[in-house]
Design a protein around this ligand. Structure first.
Ligand code: SAH
Length: 392
């Protein structure tokens, strides 16, 4: 066999691979090469020793993340093809425009590259590796980005230290070019200062782009409270659309500073105020009346065993808000916990409505935008869901 490392799969565990699910759990492996290291490229064999896939190995519950179901080399060319395909998908969505220079370029399994996230901010690509195998391939990935994006790229930054299993595996820094931060990029006509070096995640929450646009349709002449605001996106969209006021709330002073800088950058300070507070506490007893309230908390459950607790959290937060918003008020409410699916989230909001004792109607059902695609064979890739509800 030309490839050194292999894993062999129990014949009773082949069905998930046959259905093209991109993960192999450690329990499905019957045999493997003698010395296996995290990040090794492995050939996946069935019980008859036929090659059925190739992927990145890790000593973990998800033992292999599949890159291909073909017998093909995983090299620079492979990454270039995948990244070209990913970029074309975003081009087809018309995400590279004069008034939009922010998008997710690679969304892990959704782009056939499990373990890899690449975010794009006005000619700068931020790579975030979630698997050691992807981290080992980072220079090939960087070369692919440079080759595919050409003049549309001035720098590539690696921000993987916080997303790999061990902080010492990777050192954050530039792999190609450099770019001073904060760096200005534009989303649907609104400018943002993006700081991938010091900011949360890769510096911005790209996945709420379409929800921010949707809010613009509701916000004219309204008073808006944007809780869990991070860099202020929802507040900016509301103010830009003619909201009479927007209040941005976050528990992090750093997030509030980002919001205020962005409000200033877009000349929208006049009707804006920030609040540094714990949203859970603040929403118990709202000191002001609002027409629209945004609830976009961080993932309350990162793991299945925290799901129950998370549900209680979402229920409490939403019940407080539903109880206090004025009649005719609108709530944009979200969950980005992957383990809380759409149905469970809807049920939780219904439970909150019952607890609050108000009339609640669902106006819109929301999910992650198309630059965060979901691989049809990997339903776990669906993580962001939201509802727009009207309370009477
Ligand atoms: N809506 C934002 C993204 C939200 S990310 C956007 O459009 O960009 C989640 C945010 O919640 C982070 O900024 C984090 O600092 C904040 N946060 C976390 N726990 C909080 C709490 N208990 N109260 C208020 N904010 C909180």
């Amino acid at each position: 066999m030309s490839v050194e490392k292999y894993v062999q799969i129990n014949k009773n565990k082949l069905h998930s691979i046959q259905r093209r699910h991109p993960w192999i759990f450690s329990g499905a492996i019957t045999h493997e090469s003698e010395e296996m290291f995290d990040g090794d490229l492995v050939t996946v064999l069935n019980h008859q020793e036929q090659i059925i896939a190739k992927g990145h190995f890790q000593h973990a519950t998800i033992a292999v993340r599949i890159l291909t179901f073909e017998d093909e080399p995983i090299n620079g060319d492979f990454f270039k093809r995948k990244i070209e395909n990913a970029v074309n998908l975003r081009m087809d969505q018309n995400l590279f425009r004069k008034d939009n220079s922010i998008c997710r370029l690679v969304h892990g399994e959704g782009d056939g590259l499990p373990g890899l996230i690449v975010d794009y901010y006005n000619k700068v690509a931020i790579i975030q590796c979630h698997s050691i195998g992807m981290h080992k391939a980072i220079m090939e990935i960087k070369d692919a980005l440079v080759a595919v994006l050409k003049d549309n790229l001035i720098a590539v930054y690696n921000k993987s230290a916080e997303t790999l299993p061990d902080r010492n595996i990777s050192t954050d820094g530039y792999l190609f070019g450099t770019c001073e931060t904060p760096h200005i990029a534009i989303e649907n006509g609104i400018n943002y200062e993006i700081d991938w070096v010091n900011g949360q995640k890769t510096g911005f929450f790209i996945d709420q782009r379409e929800s921010r646009s949707l809010l613009a349709k509701y916000a004219k002449g309204k008073k808006v409270l944007n809780t869990f605001c991070y860099s202020g996106g929802f507040s900016l969209s509301a103010l830009n659309a003619g909201a009479t006021l927007a209040h941005s709330l976050d528990s992090s002073k750093k997030a509030i500073d980002l919001t205020e800088n962005n409000v200033r950058l877009n000349n929208l300070e006049e009707n804006h105020k920030s609040i540094v507070a714990d949203a859970m506490n603040y929403m118990k007893d709202l000191p002001e009346e609002y027409d629209i309230i945004i609830l976009d908390p961080p993932a309350f459950a990162k793991h299945r065993n925290k799901r129950h607790q998370a549900i209680q959290g979402y229920k409490r937060l939403n019940a407080h808000t539903i109880r206090q918003i004025r009649p005719g008020g609108i709530i944009f409410t979200y969950s980005c916990s992957q383990v809380v699916d759409k149905q469970l989230f809807n049920n939780t909001i219904i439970a909150a409505a019952i607890e609050a004792g108000r009339e609640v109607r669902i106006l819109e059902q929301l999910h992650q935008p198309a630059d965060h695609p979901i691989n049809a064979f990997h339903p776990e890739g669906e993580y962001l869901k939201g509802l727009v509800i009207r309370i009477d």
